[in-house]
Ligand binder design. Structure first.
Ligand code: NAD
Length: 487
């Protein structure tokens, strides 16, 4: 890959995300040559560290031997600046440091400000970066924003207005790390690269589409954050809405960020925003109770004993457009479920006439074709077809055409953060959420939230290790359908 040039300033540079994901991803880019001579990093947080201490911490986070020559060279591009983001005067010190780095590594004034901080600081930092002149360079200035982007439409809009005072939409990169996943990007390849798929990709041939993001773990150390968020905000508003819009959108005019975003936004605009009655019937929430060797959510550390927070959501989404009218998208996500995986199941309509299942033939009715996209942990596809069983007579049975990314390729798959950081350096916003996408997603989710806030749930309502509450199954069986993945 061609070498890219930039200074990175990581705010929240001593945080969990920075050490666990961001620096190792940068190192991968270094090993591949995307970063080489002309990059510099300033880590910043309130902690007091010397450059050497910070470099040692970064080195440790890379998981290589301390003497690994490449790693040692890599961290020599790192500096540290203790900085309270609310301290306006101190941005001058940062600016000086940034200018020095720029000169030392010949960075052409290109700057990426990565805000791996509590969202309440996003506006403050963006404001001071501009007012104190850190964005005053000849090169590009880009800001990367971690999730969550607001907790409802209003707060997201305020946040966006604050950011917009300093940065244009083109300069803002809102991270949704699902968009950095190989198989999520494959949705577009499979849809728009295959006549076989795209010609059937509509309500005439598709009965329903199911998206499942299933987590096996509970809240772990993130309880205090999670209890103020819940599955609807934490997973549906961002990741699920992004996946659904890629599945539902029309073919983009070209494969560029501007054109892809335009289609995703159009899809989200035709998503039906529910009224109270629709939200109550089309969405189900859950919270896990106790299980074998597992505490109930309400008994977890840092969770109030009367918490009504949702650790599970299932819902039915309806697009009011020509392509999808009558074909629902069912979604679900939750913690403490049977297994950890993400998958999309596209269920086709059955043949209108089943000529094989006449009484003398004792043949089971034909099954629907299903295209499954396995996103993680194993990446691949499976297409279920009906075929003839071997032997006398004429019986049919479903068979699967499977393709899985092999172990070697999956080891070579870039980490989502690696890909996303690379995209920011290229200035390619394809795999980030635009403000319009974020805002339409919040408008949809807010309606569900509002209805939920008025009703007291009967929690807990599912057992760890299950696939959520019974109501999540009823949501789909009442439409005479079933979850393709079920226990
Ligand atoms: P963290 O609490 O581990 O780190 C926060 C960092 O911010 C620390 O370096 C801290 O010193 C610094 N900080 C706090 N107040 C400051 C101030 N006033 N001035 C300067 N620095 C200050 O948090 P994290 O887990 O690394 O998450 C960072 C961001 O990324 C958050 O927005 C979070 O929602 C998001 N995020 C994290 C993860 C994850 O896996 N950790 C995943 C998705 C999104």
């Amino acid at each position: 890959a061609a070498e890219r040039t930039s200074l990175f300033i990581f705010f929240g540079g001593t945080g969990d995300l920075a050490y666990r994901k961001l620096y190792p991803s940068m190192f991968n880019l270094y090993k591949k040559g995307t970063l080489r001579e002309h990059f510099g990093v300033i880590g910043t947080s309130r902690e007091k560290l010397t450059d050497e201490q910070f470099q040692q911490n970064v080195l440790k986070s890379l998981g290589t031997a301390k003497t690994d020559k490449e790693a040692v060279k890599f961290v020599s591009h790192f500096g540290y600046e203790a900085h309270d983001v609310t301290d306006k005067a101190h941005y001058q010190v940062m600016k000086k440091r940034a200018d020095e780095m720029d000169k030392k590594f010949k960075l052409n004034g290109n700057r990426i400000f990565y805000l791996s901080l509590a969202p309440s600081f996003f506006g403050t930092v963006a404001g001071y970066l501009k007012s104190e002149g850190l964005t005053d360079t000849d090169g590009f200035d880009r800001v990367v924003i971690e999730k969550p982007f607001g907790r409802d439409f209003d707060s997201a809009q305020q946040l966006n207005e604050a950011l917009s005072k300093s940065f244009d939409e083109k300069q803002i990169f809102r991270i949704d790390h699902y968009l950095g996943k190989e198989m999520i990007q494959n949705i577009e390849a499979v849809r728009f690269g295959n006549t076989l798929v795209e010609s059937l990709w509509n309500n005439r041939y598709i009965d329903n589409i199911q998206v499942t993001l299933s987590e096996k773990l509970g809240v772990e150390e993130r309880a205090s954050y999670y209890d103020n968020s819940g599955a609807l905000r934490d997973m549906v508003q961002n990741h699920i809405m992004q996946i659904v819009s890629l599945l539902a959108m029309e073919q983009p005019v070209s494969f560029t960020d501007v054109d892809i975003r335009a289609e995703k936004v159009k899809a989200l605009r035709s998503l039906r925003v529910y009224n109270v009655a629709e939200a109550s019937t089309n969405f189900v929430r859950g919270q896990y109770g106790p299980g074998d060797n597992q505490r109930a959510y309400r008994d977890e550390d840092n969770v109030p004993h009367d918490s009504n927070n949702d650790t599970f959501v299932a819902g039915k989404l309806l697009f009011d457009n020509y392509r999808w009218s009558g074909t629902p998208f069912y979604i679900r996500t939750g913690k403490m479920l049977a297994d950890k995986f993400t998958r999309v199941d596209v269920v086709f309509k059955k043949p209108l006439i089943d000529i094989f299942s006449f009484p003398q033939n004792h043949n089971a009715p034909l099954e629907a074709n299903v295209l499954t996209m396995y996103i993680e942990p194993h990446a691949g596809f499976s297409l279920r077809l009906n075929a003839k069983t071997n032997g006398q007579g004429f019986q049919t049975k479903p068979i699967n055409l499977d393709y899985f990314v092999d172990a070697k390729d999956s080891k070579a798959t870039p980490e989502p953060y690696e890909r996303l950081i690379h995209d920011v350096m290229k200035g390619d916003g394809t795999n980030f959420s635009s403000w319009q996408e974020v805002s339409y997603a919040w408008r949809f989710v807010d309606q569900i939230r509002k209805v939920w806030d008025l009703q007291k749930p009967e929690f807990p309502n599912y057992t760890p290790g299950s696939m959520g509450p019974a109501a999540a199954d009823e949501l789909i069986t009442r439409d005479h359908r079933q979850w393709v993945y079920r226990l």
